[in-house]
Design a binder for this molecule. Structure first.
Ligand SMILES: Nc1ncnc2c1ncn2[C@@H]1O[C@H](COP(=O)(O)OP(=O)(O)OP(=O)(O)O)[C@@H](O)[C@H]1O
Ligand SMILES: [Mg+2]
Length: 283
């Protein structure tokens, strides 16, 4: 079955880019073998070539891609409200193999998975992010709340699902599924659930790992730092941590909720890796 949809790009332009990918190098790969995403970058657009496009969040079937279309409409609405979520401009699928076209995010990944084993790259990113103005962090948190509240999954596992540009601030990519309850599985989130997810995700600009597949890399980077770099990393990370925390306050999340997360088991690993952030100084 062939399904195509063009939301805010015309068919001809979309088709030209899709055709051009045949002769292009693959710039980025997704981590998830199920969809096996291959990414081609144009000046203004990213074309994602994917398998199993007729599944949302791996387990939910979307044979006619009506859920993907609904998602694309919601993303455009969020964009019109000023949320920095990268929308879906068009998609095509032939029996589940196909393409998603998105505007290209500005700036660079928070931490690019192809570079994160390089300590110099990590130090550079942490420094840059520590200089980001408080308003960028405030909007990052405000946008996370709006995207999750719209029922769209923010995938906090990969720090490369978030871009940072010094002029624009933080942007969100990899928004290609709703939370399972939107497909009729499980309960809708309560406000409290959302707050907990937001607090957990909002510290992502700090340097620590988020998922088991990155654990060895983070350990390796830490072990390669000399004393001076270690103390600098701690300093930059602490600045970022505090800006994230202020952003949560500025978005009306209570100190009680914040402390519940950062002192909890769920945040244990991050705290350990941080040794870094002296929680007693910041709470
Ligand atoms: N719109 C975009 N603008 C710029 N770069 C992009 C865009 N979409 C994807 N990329 C690049 O391609 C990478 C993989 O894309 P994406 O995260 O959407 O795929 P994925 O299959 O969900 O990957 P994973 O499972 O690793 O999260 C991103 O981390 C980013 O580096
Ligand atoms: Mg991703």
């Amino acid at each position: 079955m062939f399904i195509e949809k063009y939301l805010d790009i015309d068919q001809e332009n979309a088709q030209q880019m899709i055709n051009a990918t045949e002769k292009m190098i693959i710039e980025k790969h997704g981590d998830n073998g199920f969809q096996n995403t291959k990414v081609y970058l144009f000046d203004d657009y990213a074309v994602l070539k994917m398998q199993n496009i007729t599944f949302r969040n791996v387990i939910n079937q979307d044979i006619d891609l009506k859920h993907l279309e609904r998602l694309a409409v919601t993303l455009l609405e969020l964009q019109s409200l000023g949320v920095s979520s990268v929308p879906i401009s068009a998609f095509q699928s032939i029996n589940g193999n196909g393409f998603i076209i998105q505007p290209r995010a500005k700036g660079a990944e928070l931490y690019d998975k192809d570079k994160i084993s390089d300590k110099n790259y990590v130090m550079e990113r942490v420094k840059l992010l520590s200089y980001a103005p408080q308003e960028h962090f405030d909007k990052f948190v405000a946008d996370i709340i709006k995207i999750i509240s719209a029922g769209i999954i923010v995938d906090f596992m990969g720090k490369d699902n978030f871009f940072y540009d010094e002029n624009i601030g933080f942007q969100f990519i990899d928004l290609n599924a709703h939370y399972d309850y939107e497909y009729g599985n499980g309960e809708k989130f309560t406000d409290d659930d959302i707050k907990q997810m937001v607090v957990f995700g909002s510290f992502l600009p700090c340097y620590f790992d988020t998922a088991p597949q990155y654990r060895d890399t983070v350990t390796k980077v830490f072990s390669e730092l000399n004393e001076n770099e270690r103390s600098l990393l701690k300093e930059y990370n602490t600045v970022i941590f505090n800006k994230c925390k202020i952003a949560l306050f500025n978005n009306e999340i209570s100190e009680k909720t914040i402390n519940e997360i950062i002192l909890s088991e769920r945040f244990f690993l991050q705290n350990q890796q941080f040794e870094l952030v002296c929680l007693d100084k910041t709470s």
